[in-house]
Design a protein around this ligand. Structure first.
Ligand code: ZN
Length: 387
């Protein structure tokens, strides 16, 4: 028995209007200083006012939110007593909103212990709306939560099925002013979700179509959104692609590029999408050695040349290289930039963190310690993976 989970997804022009239809007493908006600077929180508050719902804003979420941040948001929620919680922002804000909501409902739970096997009895106090302001994480459509243990400098890939938002509002007007570098980084995250979601060991007929469509949309529209942020059509398709990829991988999980990318991000503070996008070609080459068929499908969907079975992975890796170049993204750790000395300093921690990352569970091929070290070495030098 298997489940397909999805929030109600409201997308396209003026999707934010959905807020005017809500019934409730009090809303609590979880966001960050950047979103507040762009006054996007005010746009949400105005819509809520039209529904007669007062709201408070917590704008203190930092990139890669720590467990302590989640605890302090939950404390503010306990004071405000909301019946609607709204995560507004990139993945950090959405994930912080999910985790803080869980603590608000269940103050007895340790946020680091959020897991898919326990039942938490959420929705006794509030429901969750996710409104992304980047086109990447897909957190609006998943029950996954990534938090950071600041003491251990480690990312915790957590999640619980009940944390799936009730409503996801995918309004392209909220990404209109996303800077090019953030557009590129977050877009590569969506692409990595779609490719890993399609190749994960938990893939299924329902997630497959979503992942394939998202891969196509990213290749078609990300370069346009990057080069011309005012391209409304490209922005809208990219915003949809991120949510579609979220729905796909949210129902099949990700893999090795995310395990390595989390380890990179926690040590070097590389933006998440940049980190996983950088690792992706190396992990594709590694996984494709035992399971090439899925990469053939992906290459065909992108209309790449695949004359013979088994050539898809190489074609896909080449296409990823061209995409990275078009987006001015680094293709190796050295290009981040990172010196050999600091790479070697960080390597033992990155290896240890990647080895215990929960995303490894669904990788079709799991590297042993030596293979993982060689993968990081290749990713540092930009060398092809041939093992
Ligand atoms: Zn991701």
């Amino acid at each position: 028995m298997w489940y397909f989970n999805s929030p109600q997804i409201v997308f396209g022009e003026d999707a934010l209007c959905r807020l005017e239809e809500l019934h409730g007493r009090q809303a609590f908006i979880v966001t960050d200083a950047n979103v507040q600077h762009l006054k996007l929180d005010q746009r949400v508050q105005q819509r809520l006012e039209r529904a007669g719902i007062p709201s408070v804003v917590y704008a203190g979420v930092e990139p890669d939110p720590c467990l302590d941040t989640v605890r302090s948001i939950a404390a503010a929620m306990t004071e405000a007593k909301p019946d609607w919680i709204i995560g507004l922002g990139g993945g950090s804000c959405l994930d912080a909103a999910k985790a803080a909501w869980l603590l608000y409902e269940r103050p007895d739970v340790d946020p680091a212990a959020i897991n898919p096997f326990d039942t938490f009895g959420l929705r006794a106090k509030a429901r969750l709306i996710a409104i992304p302001t980047t086109s990447g994480t897909g957190s609006e459509a998943t029950w996954a939560v990534v938090l950071t243990s600041c003491e251990e400098q480690r990312k915790l890939a957590l999640g619980a099925r009940e944390l799936l938002p009730d409503i996801a509002i995918v309004d392209p007007a909220l990404v209109a002013s996303l800077p090019p570098a953030v557009t590129a980084d977050t877009g590569l995250d969506a692409l990595t979700h779609a490719i890993e979601g399609y190749t994960s060991t938990w893939r299924n007929d329902f997630s497959d179509g979503l992942c394939l469509k998202a891969v196509q949309l990213v290749f078609d529209y990300l370069p346009r959104a990057f080069h011309n942020g005012g391209d409304v059509e490209a922005r809208e398709h990219m915003h949809n692609a991120a949510a579609i990829a979220g729905l796909g991988f949210g129902n099949s999980m990700t893999g090795l590029a995310h395990a390595m990318g989390h380890a990179l991000g926690a040590r070097l503070h590389t933006p998440h999408g940049r980190a996983v996008g950088l690792c992706l070609p190396y992990t594709i080459a590694f996984v494709a050695r035992i399971e090439p068929d899925r990469y053939d499908d992906l290459a065909r969907v992108l209309r790449l040349n695949v004359d013979e079975a088994g050539q898809g992975a190489a074609a896909l890796i080449a296409a990823l290289g061209r995409l990275q170049q078009a987006l001015c993204e680094p293709a190796s750790l050295a290009e981040l930039p990172l010196t050999r000395q600091s790479f070697e300093e960080h390597l033992p921690h990155m290896l240890a963190n990647a080895e215990c990352d929960s995303d490894l569970v669904t990788s079709p091929r799991v590297p042993d310690h030596d293979q993982l070290q060689r993968l990081f070495e290749c990713a540092f030098e930009g060398k092809p993976v041939d093992f």
